[in-house]
Design a protein around this ligand. Structure first.
Ligand SMILES: [Fe+2]
Ligand SMILES: [Fe+2]
Length: 197
């Protein structure tokens, strides 16, 4: 568990790092992650903490994200070099570890993979991933369906969100981050009975 970290401390930590808009999003994600956790038998306090910290590095510039990733020896591949914003999850997790003394590996993992998803993601990571997509400020055509799915099955909601993102990219001739493709394959295998393309 986190070393004596309260939600207030996490809020105070992120507030000066974020724009008003991002901070409001952060609070909605934290609340949504907490609610999803209650519903699905996950520790709500840890889900809330992951939500509060997930976008801590989101308002940093690309150069700063790359600099910190380099300093902290985080994995940076071609995708991240091309789009450094992808690093905001891994950098936020490392900030939480280094600057807040957060030691809860599941919370750190959830923060780390919240942008792309990842094969093998745990329940907390699923709750955060889905909360980020369905928080009440989100408004896109499939969000209602995702909210409904998330009530019953977090993995199904995450898979549906990934499928939507991948087909959106395909329609626009864009590639999808390999971690997202792997996350979807893994979720479909876990669900069983779903044929791989
Ligand atoms: Fe994010
Ligand atoms: Fe977010």
């Amino acid at each position: 568990m986190a070393k004596d970290m309260t939600p207030q401390e996490a809020e105070e930590f992120v507030r000066p790092l974020l724009s008003e808009k991002r901070y409001a999003h952060t609070l909605r994600v934290a609340r949504t992650a907490e609610e999803l956790a209650y519903r699905h038998g996950i520790d709500p306090a840890r889900a809330r903490l992951a939500g509060l910290l997930h976008d801590a590095a989101r308002d940093m510039g690309g150069a700063e994200l790359l600099r910190l990733a380099g300093e902290w020896k985080l994995p940076v591949d071609g995708w991240e070099k091309e789009n450094p914003k992808l690093l905001h999850g891994p950098v936020a997790a490392e900030m939480a570890r280094r600057r807040l003394g957060l030691t809860d590996e599941e919370v750190l993992d959830a923060i780390r993979v919240h942008t792309t998803g990842a094969a093998g993601m745990g329940p907390l990571a699923l709750a955060l991933y889905v909360a980020d997509k369905i928080e009440p400020g989100r408004d896109y055509p499939s969000v209602g369906r995702l909210r409904k799915l998330a009530e019953g099955d977090l993995a199904a909601a995450a898979a549906e969100s990934l499928r939507t993102a991948i087909s959106y990219n395909e329609k626009r001739g864009r590639r999808t981050h390999p971690a997202s493709v792997e996350a979807l394959r893994w979720l479909e295998r876990e669900a069983g009975g779903v044929e791989e393309p």
